[in-house]
Design a protein around this ligand. Structure first.
Ligand code: DQA
Length: 143
């Protein structure tokens, strides 16, 4: 089984960026946790970050027939991107939306997700653990 983890804009700044909201764990540390857990569970993971919307769209398109599940923290593009939503629905790969923070307890503009309706489900508010919960959810989709 192959799972693609995608991370959107500014998530490369985790650890430094608004630690009261996002915690002090870096994206590299989250990736290491995911790789170690995935290894234990015998699943294959790819883990990527980009600040570019078009790159996320390209990666989602290229995932067709390569990955079984996509886990995406689209970051700010969650609230703006019809292109990412269309890419997810276009490839038809089961996709899980995740966020470190609880987007519903924050500013109103974060309450709307363009991608939620085309995702299998959403995990939001568990900090770095949102990624581990998503790994479990991704595996359970395939069972
Ligand atoms: C985020 C929440 C988004 O609203 C925000 O734009 C981010 C990070 C999260 O993981 O909590 O960049 O996706």
């Amino acid at each position: 089984m192959k799972i693609l983890f995608l991370n959107g804009p500014n998530l490369n700044l985790l650890g430094l960026r608004e630690p009261a909201v996002y915690g002090r764990v870096t994206l590299a540390e989250i990736e290491a946790q995911i790789r170690s857990k995935a290894n234990e569970l015998g699943v294959n993971v790819d883990f990527r970050q980009t600040n570019a919307e078009s790159e996320l769209v390209d990666w989602i398109q290229q995932a067709r027939e390569v990955f079984d599940v996509i886990v995406i923290n689209a970051a700010a593009y969650t609230h703006t991107s019809v292109a990412i939503r269309d890419a997810i629905s276009g490839v038809g790969i089961p996709t899980i939306e995740i966020h470190l923070s609880n987007v519903y307890s924050r500013e109103e503009f974060r309450h709307h997700s363009w991608i939620a309706p085309v995702c299998k489900g959403q995990i939001t508010g568990f900090g770095a653990n949102s990624y581990l919960l998503a790994l479990q959810a991704a595996i359970s989709i395939q069972l």
